[in-house]
Write a protein of this length. Structure first.
Length: 106
């Protein structure tokens, strides 16, 4: 303290820490594969329920998968992508559909 005023110089006693650089976790795409047996309505339902897509978005993705063979459902951290893929596959099996999804690092 000098003359009742606080100094901000190098010896002011203020501790400044350099922020550690946080690395963003890698992201993974959940990819849906086309098959000739899973009903389109089921695919739309899955996209709405597990990937929070609107009816319109889900229909668009479903048609893309149908026409091109594959499509991206969403992009997430590994744990979330893996959980969503497992949930989709479990529901598909319970409903006796051969629907397949896989993860791909972005």
């Amino acid at each position: 303290m000098q003359n009742g005023n606080y100094e901000d110089g190098p010896d002011s006693g203020l501790a400044t820490k350099a922020k550690p650089k946080t690395k963003k976790p890698p992201l993974y795409k959940v990819i849906m594969l086309n098959d000739d047996y899973t009903p389109m309505e089921f695919v739309v339902l899955v996209l709405q329920e597990f990937f929070r897509k609107t009816q319109e978005e889900a229909t668009e993705i479903m048609l893309h998968v149908h026409q091109r063979g594959v499509g991206v459902c969403g992009v997430y951290t590994y744990e979330i992508a893996e959980t969503k893929a497992t949930q989709v596959m479990d529901l598909a099996r319970k409903n006796q559909h051969p629907l397949q999804v896989q993860l791909e690092k972005e």
